[in-house]
Ligand binder design. Structure first.
Ligand code: FES
Length: 86
């Protein structure tokens, strides 16, 4: 079934990587249930689907590690920004 946009906004594409992240065209803001908003200015943003990332909701490739093991350290750096408190 073809996908059509109901608005004049450009249609963004997302692609599920089997066993990995959801790749979404950026820039992008992700709103978490906690109210935190994570922003990425990358042209392609990898959203963690396995919940093992140390920089969740962004993928840090922990999905490639043996089950239950996270990569040490790391943050999303400039990609991880703010909460919606302002
Ligand atoms: S999908 Fe890559 S760390 Fe979760």
């Amino acid at each position: 079934m073809p996908v059509t946009s109901q608005s004049s906004a450009p249609l963004r594409r997302a692609r599920v990587v089997p066993g990995g992240p959801l790749l979404v065209e950026g820039p992008l803001e992700v709103s978490l249930p906690s109210g935190e908003v994570v922003r990425s200015n990358r042209f392609m943003v990898a959203i963690c689907m396995c919940h093992r990332s140390a920089v969740y909701p962004l993928c840090d490739a922990s999905h490639k590690s043996p089950r239950g093991r996270r990569r040490a350290g790391g943050t999303a750096g400039e990609d991880r920004k703010s909460s919606e408190t302002s």
